[in-house]
Ligand binder design. Structure first.
Ligand SMILES: [Mn+2]
Length: 326
């Protein structure tokens, strides 16, 4: 992508302040890859930089170079600058942090804006691609194999390993550059996708039992009850990506996964669209957000049935608005 200038670049070059890079809670590959790529690069530039996350690094992302250096927030320390990546706002960190200046690097539509140093482009295939733009415009020669691996992990996971609709000529151009800097596509894929536990397979079996179709097969959903984790010896992080099962069914336009979070008293919902439906609109009406093809929200309800009803009626409304459902 061609840009006139990136105000954040000049700001970071100048600053001598302490920097805290944050990901959203329950980080995915793009959030952690973006944060770690930026962190490693800023360290090489001699900046005072820390990277933090509310949750521990999940097993499927622990291959990301130096991810063991991620600190747990809130940490009580005061930072001059806070940079949150791959998030619609600082609220997505899921914990209070003390920062004097807030900055956002992201590719979500909408969200909170903190000023001219935000670096946001909803057309970017991943937040990691924005981090790449920033650091390559600064000093491409500092991009080593570890930094390239972080960025590649973000790009590959957010594009479904180059299968989703955000995969285009630019995505491959960037991937090519990252491979030339030392990222290994097969390594990243094996580490991310082929280190599942037997317990996770047992979880998938239970979850697929809940698979239900609605609206004559245009909508498909799965439910992950909290007891499933206990029964199979898995945890919340094992629910990542399961929404792709209902999405993969022929004729399905909107897929969802409802995940019970009893400690928060909510149902966490992941929404996916295959072709035309804009699931970000559904998530926004339920207090969440995201992209046209991938969004999420949390639904507070007194029962599972009530949460499901709320969700299904918003999905139906969106399909009607877009004339996908008549
Ligand atoms: Mn992302």
């Amino acid at each position: 992508m061609r840009r006139e200038s990136i105000p954040l670049l000049d700001f970071l070059k100048e600053t001598k302040g302490s920097i805290l890079i944050l990901t959203h809670e329950n980080p995915d590959g793009d959030a952690l890859g973006s944060a770690m790529g930026l962190y490693l690069f800023l360290k090489k530039q001699g900046k005072d930089v820390t990277v933090g996350c509310k949750d521990r690094v999940p097993h499927f992302l622990d291959f990301i170079p130096h991810s063991e250096e991620v600190i747990s927030i809130p940490d009580g320390r005061f930072y001059d600058i806070g940079i949150i990546v791959d998030s619609a706002g600082f609220y997505r960190a899921g914990a209070e942090v003390k920062v004097a200046k807030r900055i956002r690097i992201d590719h979500h539509v909408g969200g909170e804006f903190y000023g001219r140093h935000d670096f946001i482009d909803p057309k970017a295939p991943a937040t990691a691609s924005l981090v790449y733009e920033l650091i390559s415009a600064w000093d491409e020669s500092l991009i080593d194999a570890e930094i390239a691996t972080c960025i590649y992990a973000g790009l590959a996971t957010d594009t479904g390993f180059f299968r989703y609709s955000n995969t285009n000529e630019y995505t491959f151009e960037l991937a090519k550059k990252l491979v030339s800097f030392g990222a290994d596509p097969n390594y990243v894929y094996r580490m991310f996708a082929e280190r599942e536990s037997v317990n996770k397979m047992k979880l998938i079996a239970k979850v697929l039992e809940t698979l239900t179709l609605y609206e004559d097969g245009l909508v498909a959903g799965i439910t992950i009850f909290d007891r499933f984790f206990k029964e199979t010896g898995t945890d919340y992080t094992d629910s990542e990506g399961l929404v792709n099962y209902p999405r993969s069914i022929e004729g399905v336009e909107v897929a969802f996964a409802m995940i019970e979070k009893p400690e928060e008293g909510v149902w966490k919902v992941s929404l996916r669209s295959k072709l035309n439906a804009d699931v970000s609109k559904i998530a926004e009406r339920l207090g969440g957000g995201g992209h046209k093809y991938a969004s999420g929200c949390k639904i507070k309800a007194n029962s599972y049935e009530e949460a499901l009803d709320k969700l299904l009626s918003e999905i139906r409304k969106q399909l009607e608005l877009q004339k996908i459902l008549h």
